[in-house]
Design a binder for this molecule. Structure first.
Ligand SMILES: [Zn+2]
Length: 385
């Protein structure tokens, strides 16, 4: 069964074989077959298909690829957010509040909560997402968090090194994370991550944890330079990681290291919005030749948005990105940050994951912030109900 989407006013392909960063095609059509894109081109040249769907001049872009989220949790931290908005600072230790609630939740409660958030994301155009553990912090609770996440995505990340649990010796905890916890988590995870920050884990601990993860077959990612200038970004570059996330406080040497290693800087502007911290300087990174992705970091503490459209608008307004750069970073950028070549681009052979906007162009995502512009979402060639 093939379907042709016709009269796409503006199609964002992100196809490097086409002109410009976004590889735009005006008055376009896309043929979808077997869950994949079969053909892309001008509407007038579209081949016949079993079904036709008229997009009515709207813009279509690849589904968002959200490469950073923490959806497996229980509890609510709205009061902590409210307190922060009256002047209390954000600190890494707030994570422990969520850890207590997550440990107390049943598997069914965690699963239904993740399902709810994944549906919320899908309605807003996110068709690929990464989910981390990190609110269990025991062998059992980290493994079950990842088993829950695995029901919703292949992009699961073991983040036992989120914070040292209360009343625990840090060195003994690193031994646990790199030993029995890693062994229990690895069957459910593709990636391993460390919160490398003052108050969490230092550079040597991060290296030890990522190295142990690599031995267990997990690929590394890192939370780094979110709250302070630190060594995390340079560790990520030194280890040749695919992506390092946050990158808010960067020295010139960090920017140089990212460019030289090709490590993608994943920027999470919802966090700075929700913590009233300064935004990362995307313009500086892009001008230096560093590859950039945008993700939501959806989590109950520092940033509880699931909206990639909102993050795109923030990136344009607050981080010096053009609308085209921000849309690219939220789609193809996210795919690159997950080392995926099947999503983030609309070209023959790629997954037919696409978002129809109730707008004539991608610019409206930043031009009309806060407006629910996602009119339709196709995942693996099928429209979501
Ligand atoms: Zn995070």
């Amino acid at each position: 069964m093939s379907t042709v989407l016709t009269h796409i006013g503006e199609l964002v392909t992100n196809d490097p074989a086409r002109d410009g960063l976004l590889g735009l095609v005006a008055d376009a059509a896309v043929v979808v077959e077997g869950g994949r894109v079969a053909w892309v081109g001008p509407s007038d040249d579209a081949p016949a298909a079993d079904q036709q769907y008229d997009v009515g001049g709207r813009a279509v872009l690849p589904g968002f690829v959200d490469s950073h989220s923490h959806l497996v949790f229980a509890g609510d931290r709205a009061q902590e957010f409210a307190a922060r908005m009256t002047g209390e600072p954000y600190a890494a230790g707030g994570i422990r509040t969520t850890v207590a609630a997550t440990r107390a939740a049943t598997d069914e409660q965690l699963t239904s909560h993740v399902a709810h958030l994944v549906q919320e994301m899908a309605r807003q155009g996110t068709t690929t997402l990464e989910i981390k553990s990190g609110y269990g912090l025991t062998v059992h609770d980290e493994a079950r968090s990842l088993a829950v996440a695995r029901q919703f995505t292949d992009e699961t990340t073991f983040l036992g090194a989120h914070v040292v649990p209360a009343d625990t010796d840090p060195a003994a905890y690193v031994d646990l994370v790199t030993g029995p916890m890693l062994a229990a988590a690895a069957p459910h995870a593709r990636w391993i991550d460390v919160f490398c920050e003052e108050g969490a884990f230092d550079a040597d601990q991060a290296r030890a944890i990522l190295t142990a993860g690599a031995v267990a077959g997990l690929r590394g990612r890192l939370h780094a330079n979110q709250l302070t200038y630190g060594a995390g970004v340079r560790v990520a570059a030194e280890l040749g990681l695919v992506a390092v996330d946050h990158c808010t406080y960067l020295a010139d040497a960090d920017v140089d290291a990212l460019r030289e290693s090709g490590t993608i800087a994943t920027l999470l502007p919802g966090v700075e919005f929700s913590t009233r911290h300064p935004y990362p300087d995307a313009r500086r990174l892009l001008d230096a030749g560093v590859r950039v992705a945008i993700a939501s970091d959806c989590n109950p503490g520092s940033c509880f948005t699931s909206s990639m459209s909102f993050c795109v608008a923030l990136a344009v307004r607050e981080m010096g990105m053009s609308p085209a750069e921000a849309v690219h970073a939220a789609t193809a950028g996210g795919a690159a940050a997950l080392d995926r070549d099947d999503v983030g681009v609309l070209a023959p052979g790629r997954r037919a994951d696409l978002t129809v906007l109730d707008a004539p162009s991608h610019v409206h995502l930043a031009y009309r912030p806060g407006v629910p512009l996602v009119r339709g979402v196709w995942q693996g060639g099928r429209p979501l109900a």
